[in-house]
Design a protein around this ligand. Structure first.
Ligand code: F0G
Length: 461
């Protein structure tokens, strides 16, 4: 009998392993209470399967580890920097490469260089650190993503697309007040959703007409390119590397967290085409990050990033990476668990509003759900809803986003299919018992990026 479908497998085998520990329910009850119901405040030793983030949590390859031994730790003019610079230029195509310690370092420098008090920065949905740096520089972020992105159930294949009418309106209404448009590829907060090549081309053409720069957040651009290859008309036969290069060609520069797509544990960069902008950035760089040939990274970090960049745009790598995320998502969907559709590139996003309809958004349903999943199995996820959205800097009001999500984020090349099965089963068990989950109230609220350190207690306590 012919098989209905053939399986695919990861394009690697495992040569080093790291033990993880299964805890008891009583241990987890103690741990989550001590952590103030915030999964960011758990100790990793108390976590079984860690799906908090895909940031800096990837498994490096044998090629990356051996390249690290070649790290040149010279303070200035390190050979490792030149290998890093060459990898960035070859893969993304920008002329000027400015190293930073991680993505937010690049966001800080870019925001300080381009934004003046009162400026407006349109983007396809906010990201936490990106928006904060825009606000700290005196700017105001405005969302111009298509409406479908705010609807967890919409099946639109490119929910990261920019609504060109919304963007045009912002450009017309704010002459000389828009320094650049910030384009995420993919869009993290929407569920790892991609922007299409066609849409980015149109955004770039529109911005050129208005003399406004386009800056990519290229943190997960290889995943974005994979969705273009799979979903966009005329793109099926192209290599991921070619699509990545073309995406970057529709922009004037990018910020990058090398902790995601580029498979490194630390690192990042700002890359631009303008020499003038690069010079301005390097002026700030020496104050905040380090010299222009290391920017906060050790020589060995730059070696790991250089090799990781090459590996990140290999077709077989990215297919297995996104394929593993799809495997988990399809399993949950099959059991009727409400997740953001289509399945995104770096994780599964549970729709906490649909999951816990009895918990009002003021009681942080996504935060409560992440805690409940941890309690069930020791799987660590994170909140991406009202807690992450924070407060409006002008009015001080809490921002209540349409999307109230829990993210199960998959580190690259780290977990097996069995880990995905255990995770899916845990989420399903919590779903079955969902009526017992109650809301939370915040007992400690930090001023900036509150989701990292906020503390909560159960509403009934
Ligand atoms: N842009 C996006 C889209 C991100 O997802 C992140 C980090 C950054 C910028 C900032 O980069 O962490 O290197 O400073 N996202 C992590 C996450 C923290 O878990 O989603 P960084």
């Amino acid at each position: 009998m012919p098989l209905e479908r053939r399986s695919w497998a990861e394009p690697f085998r495992i040569k080093m392993v790291e033990s993880i520990r299964l805890t008891t329910r009583a241990q987890r009850e103690r741990a989550i209470e001590e952590a103030g119901y915030n999964t960011f405040l758990l100790r990793s030793a108390d976590v079984y399967i860690d799906l908090l983030t895909d940031s800096g949590t990837s498994a490096m390859s044998d090629r990356q580890w051996s390249a690290m031994m070649m790290g040149d730790e010279a303070y200035a003019g390190s050979a490792s920097f030149y290998r890093f610079e060459e990898a960035v230029r070859r893969t993304y195509g920008y002329k000027q490469v400015i190293p930073t310690h991680q993505g937010r370092g690049a966001e800080h420098i870019l925001s300080r260089c381009l934004i003046k008090e009162g400026d407006v920065i349109p983007g396809n949905m906010y990201f936490t650190t990106t928006r904060l740096h825009q606000e700290l520089a005196g700017g105001r972020f405005t969302d111009v993503i298509i409406d479908e992105a705010h609807d967890p159930a919409s099946p639109h294949p490119f929910k990261g697309n920019i609504d060109l009418d919304k963007l045009k309106r912002v450009l017309v209404e704010n002459p000389r007040r828009v320094p650049y448009v910030c384009v995420g590829a993919t869009v993290n907060m929407a569920g790892g959703q991609p922007i299409s090549l066609e849409n980015l081309r149109a955004v770039y053409a529109l911005c050129q007409r208005y003399g406004v720069l386009v800056m990519l957040d290229a943190t997960r651009i290889a995943e974005n390119a994979y969705f273009i290859q799979q979903r966009e008309a005329g793109q099926a036969g192209r290599k991921i590397a070619q699509i990545v290069l073309e995406l970057c060609g529709c922009s004037d520069g990018c910020t990058m967290s090398a902790k995601k797509d580029p498979l490194a544990n630390i690192g990042g960069f700002l890359a631009v085409n303008s020499k003038e902008l690069a010079d301005a950035a390097c002026n700030l760089l020496v104050a905040y990050e380090g010299l222009q040939t290391y920017g906060g990274m050790a020589g060995r970090d730059m070696e790991a990033v250089a090799v990781g960049i090459d590996e990140s745009v290999q077709d077989d790598h990215i297919r297995a990476r996104v394929g593993q995320v799809e495997y988990l998502g399809e399993k949950l969907r099959g059991w009727g668990v409400p997740i953001v559709m289509p399945i995104g590139g770096h994780g599964i996003f549970l729709d906490a509003r649909a999951f816990l309809p009895h918990v009002p958004q003021e009681q942080y349903p996504a935060q409560a759900l992440a805690a409940a999943i941890y309690l069930d199995s020791g799987v660590r996820s994170m909140e991406r809803g009202a807690v992450s959205a924070g407060r409006d800097p002008v009015t001080g009001e809490e921002r209540m986003p349409k999307l109230e999500l829990v993210r199960l984020t998959i580190p690259r090349r780290v977990y097996t299919q069995a880990h995905m099965d255990v995770t899916a089963e845990s989420v399903y068990c919590v779903f079955e018992e969902r009526k017992q989950i109650q809301g939370l109230r915040m007992t400690y609220e930090p001023k900036l990026l509150r989701f990292f350190q906020a503390r909560f207690s159960e509403c009934s306590v």
